[in-house]
Design a protein. Sequence first.
Length: 281
Amino acid sequence: MKKVAIQGYAGSFHHIAAQQYEGAAVEILPCDTFRAVARAVESGEVDYGVMAIENSIAGSILPNYNILQRCNVHITGEIYLQIRQNLMVNRGVRLEDIREVESHQMALLQCADYLDAHGWRLVESADTALSAAELQRSGSRTTAAVAGALAAELFDLDIVAADIHTNRNNYTRFLILERCDRAVFEPSASSCAGNKASLYFKVPDTSGSLYDTLGAMEGLDINMTKLQSYPIADQPFHYMFHVDMEFDNSDALSTALERMRTKGVEVHIYGVYNKNTDFEL
């Protein structure tokens, strides 16, 4: 059984993502922070870690790019998970018994249309799954929690209203992180057996340098699926850029990297892996 570090608690969406990637039989190491997830991977305490990197509505989780830069981990996979929120209660509690609803602030916002229609008191918590666990512990007959279906299963709760989220196309992208024995991961012939790469680069501080850098992909049949700027801490108002690119031939990636470096661009590879195809928007 694989041991997996996740941010959050058992029953959280990170837990669901880990099961989607590996199967239900995984041992979860809950971590308070994303940095703690990376440390668990670095130390070899777990086989791999699962870390959210972006949401289709809220956008990128920028601090997590900093973790990728500073920790000796590399990306070996990705998961796209549809975020489905459910209203759950202790066994036997009815919808009309509910007086307050507890969950993470973001989950409450995602379900605002449904919750506002009932006029319940809303209570913010640190985590969706934690709210479900606390509901079970309290035995409350007037409180409900909003969380994923796995939390209801783990904590023996009844789902009285399923899929109460407003936006049906809410997806979070999670990265699979494994230990890297080198401070900078570079794709080798053996590690390039993928069709997606994540990297970041720094361009020279000259006019047109970003345009020239992106031009390195011209004619290589590379699809750039993400370009994200990120501030450089010790250089105010200077930025590095994070890129996700998809390709059918790893030679295209190698050529693009070579072209970028000949332009004086500093390039660092987070990982080469297979893109996730198990979802439909």
